[in-house]
Design a protein around this ligand. Sequence first.
Ligand SMILES: *[C@@H]1O[C@H](CO)[C@@H](O)[C@H](O)[C@H]1NC(C)=O
Ligand SMILES: *[C@@H]1O[C@H](CO)[C@@H](O)[C@H](O)[C@H]1NC(C)=O
Ligand SMILES: *[C@@H]1O[C@H](CO)[C@@H](O)[C@H](O)[C@H]1NC(C)=O
Length: 222
Amino acid sequence: MIRFLLSLTAAALVAVVSGQTLTGAFDCMAAGDYTLCQNLWGEQAGVGGQNSTLIQTSGNAVTWMTNWTWADAPNNVKSYANLQHNTAMGMQLSQITTAPTVWNWTYLAESEGIRADVSYDIWFGEASSGSPASSASSYEIMIWLSGLGGIQPVGQQILSGLQIAGHTWNLWKGPNANWEVLSFVIADPETPPEVRNFNADLNAFFQYLIQEQGVASTQWRA
Ligand SMILES: *[C@@H]1O[C@H](CO)[C@@H](O)[C@H](O)[C@H]1NC(C)=O
Ligand SMILES: *[C@@H]1O[C@H](CO)[C@@H](O)[C@H](O)[C@H]1NC(C)=O
Ligand SMILES: *[C@@H]1O[C@H](CO)[C@@H](O)[C@H](O)[C@H]1NC(C)=O
């Protein structure tokens, strides 16, 4: 399953909130072509909470908003509100010719010292019907559109200044459980580095990984 993950203080593309709200730690709901999920996997590390509201679905687009307040254990992830695509899975990298995406996001409000990222989280593995973060996982590919408060991806930065999909990225790499994490972190010249209106073909990242990072094109997207 392809996961589009978001971790924000309060994000929305639309100011009027009229939709259904998720409040439970692992609640999910149908959201057009996607499933919207709360994923409070690290909530025990801190104090606080999170709610996610589906605002609108239209064609293959979805608008949602996540509101969270977390405190304590600043280096522990508390939650990862996310959208998972319902059908973009079960194909090999070699079969992917294009993977267009648009992600517009913003913080409606943000506290002083916020530590959070806004990221795609895409899984590849050996099995044609494997699950993300499973024993069949080989790679977790993250694409960070924002990272605030000095937080870092898994592993070490191995490259900087990569030009992919019209933006500049630093590449981080390191192991987690039985898979390798490769994280592209936005390094555009804005302060802080970020891209809020992201419009790209994710296949540019996949091709880079095959050609420059030794990722086998026989890998399956989970
Ligand atoms: C976000 O959560 C805080 C704390 O529960 C609350 O005071 C605030 O009204 C919420 N904002 C929105 C937009 O839901
Ligand atoms: C989430 O919703 C619950 C129930 O309405 C509310 O008590 C809580 O303050 C909300 N939390 C946030 C962070 O918005
Ligand atoms: C995203 O933002 C851009 C620039 O503001 C805008 O042109 C585009 O229509 C927006 N797309 C969506 C899907 O909201």
